[in-house]
Design a protein around this ligand. Structure first.
Ligand code: ARG
Length: 268
């Protein structure tokens, strides 16, 4: 006689198999047992790190990612999914396995995500019209300031003006924040220094200038961002270090920034 428990177990396994449970919900696509593809997410509106050019995602991060993934022997796809969705996607580890997007490593984010070793040093800058009276970060008080929502630029401005300050205008991405500056909606945009410099350099007709303020804006570092406990992190850390040591990093850096990088501050 067949025991009731056995029948239940058989039906249960059948149900699980049909429902596709037990299979991993990892965002990697696989062709049989062939190599799995790693899905990398980004917000491609942050030149020169990642932006769209003739329908392709290009930039410093894109070239660095390629070098790192080749070094790690990982097959990957890069997807442009936008800044806010990126954080949710990485946290859930469903749509993407990791992100590269000029993402600053900080304690707040470290509670939810794992980060690679640092790959780029950054700080904030103020972008204003050439004839603006704003001279430094303290001059932002009482002014309408644009930031990309959910960035460290937003946090830096909130620190100066107060968290609930209605004069802080948050945009979905940095491109639209700069558009609003050009249209007179905001009087300044606070963003990462390399991004502010790139915009001014590429758009001389727009008559914007950048303002540094090392007393009020701290230095920060970018890292690749993973879901907590990702198995990819150690492999990718190793590969980043190799890409830096081999001189490949310097080559990519020179292509995008036109001068030698200071890699000492990354490795210390
Ligand atoms: N470094 C800043 C941060 O992590 C801004 C990054 C924005 N990156 C982007 N691709 N939009 O908050």
């Amino acid at each position: 006689m067949i025991k009731k428990g056995v029948i239940v177990a058989v039906f249960f396994s059948l149900f699980m198999a049909l429902a596709g449970c037990g299979k991993s919900a990892e965002p990697t696509s696989s062709a049989g047992d062939a190599k799995k593809k790693v899905i990398v997410g980004t917000d491609a509106s942050f030149a020169p790190f990642e932006y769209m050019d003739k329908g392709k995602i290009v930039g410093f991060d894109v070239d660095l990612l390629d070098a790192v993934m080749k070094e790690a022997g990982l097959d990957y796809d890069l997807k442009n999914i936008g800044w806010d969705p990126l954080f949710a996607a990485v946290q859930q580890g469903k749509e993407v396995n990791l992100a590269i997007s000029g993402i600053t490593i900080n304690d707040d984010r470290k509670q939810t995500y794992d980060f690679s070793v640092p790959y780029f040093e950054s700080t904030h800058m103020i972008l204003v019209k050439e004839d603006s009276p704003i001279k430094n970060a303290l001059d932002l008080k009482g002014k309408v300031v644009g930031v990309q929502n959910g960035t460290t630029g937003q946090a830096a401005v909130e620190k100066l003006l107060g968290k609930e300050n209605k004069n802080i205008k948050k945009f979905e991405n940095t491109v639209v924040a700069i558009m609003d500056l050009l249209n007179g909606g905001v009087e300044a945009v606070v963003t990462d220094n390399a991004v502010a410099n790139e915009y001014v350099k590429n758009n001389p007709d727009k008559k914007l200038k950048t303002i540094e303020d090392p007393t009020n804006f701290e230095s920060e570092f970018y890292g690749l961002m993973f879901p907590k406990g990702s198995e990819l992190k150690p492999k990718i850390d190793e590969a980043i270090k190799k890409v830096i040591d081999s001189g490949k990093y310097a080559e990519i850096y020179k292509k995008w920034f036109g001068h030698e990088p200071n890699v000492d501050n990354l490795t210390k």
